[in-house]
Design a binder for this molecule. Structure first.
Ligand SMILES: Cc1cn([C@H]2C[C@H](O)[C@@H](COP(=O)(O)OP(=O)(O)OP(=O)(O)O)O2)c(=O)[nH]c1=O
Length: 205
């Protein structure tokens, strides 16, 4: 029988909004203070962006499953995701600081890059996942435009140093793929993985 709610193992406010957008009922299952969430996201030399985003997502899902057991929470599926920006085979993570965001945006301006988001759903011992890959083409941006965008604070905490849902949209010439996937949670793939999980129970008469 499908569960009438799921656990969302994500600190990302965008993922919370996106899941709510398709009417999924969820509770947050966030890391304990002593969990090293950043260690999960360390790069391994030579790893492809696809393999990287898949590995990190599965690791986030497995960590959340352990958390659920540790806290003796009621059973329900758990959803985890990771978003990675890749250009020319290289991964751009979340910028360390504003200078790093400037460097990333300078690299992305006037070019097309990929945004990969993997989403995983844990049900007991099983983990299923899907990967969405989108292409985003940015117009040229002058150094002053990049500096102004970085000063807005929007790049902080975002893979590749930008938010498609934000002010940078004025420089987005074209996207191919999934807008929600670029924002952090591809809703088509998510709904496929969840099927009826997270739907409210049918009204009783
Ligand atoms: C490319 C892009 C990323 N992002 C965000 C989504 C994610 O929050 C973030 C990528 O970082 P992630 O490491 O995928 O996620 P997170 O650390 O924010 O949250 P958690 O691991 O707890 O689930 O970048 C946007 O909001 N808009 C965009 O256009």
């Amino acid at each position: 029988m499908p569960s009438d709610f799921i656990y969302l193992a994500s600190t990302s406010p965008r993922r919370q909004e996106l899941l709510a957008q398709i009417g999924v009922r969820f509770e947050l299952l966030l890391p304990d203070p002593d969990e090293d969430a950043e260690a999960l996201e360390a790069f391994r030399p030579g790893e492809s962006p696809t393999r990287y985003v898949e590995r990190v997502t599965l690791a986030k899902a497995a960590a959340a499953r352990q958390r659920q057991a540790r806290r003796a929470l009621p059973p329900a599926p758990i959803l985890a995701a990771d978003t990675t920006v890749a250009i020319g085979g290289r991964i751009l993570a979340k910028p360390a600081d504003d200078a790093d965001a400037c460097r990333m945006l300078t690299e992305l301006a006037g070019r097309t890059h990929r945004v990969l988001t993997a989403v995983a759903v844990v049900r007991g011992p099983r983990i299923e996942h899907r990967i969405n890959v989108s292409r985003v083409s940015f117009a040229r941006m002058s150094a002053a435009e990049i500096a102004r965008y970085v000063a807005s604070g929007e790049p902080r905490g975002k893979a590749g140093g930008y938010a498609i849902q934000g002010m940078v949209a004025r420089f987005v010439r074209r996207i191919e793929g999934s807008h929600s996937g670029i924002m952090g949670l591809p809703l088509y793939e998510t709904a496929q993985l969840l099927r009826d999980d997270g739907s409210p129970p049918p009204a009783t008469r």
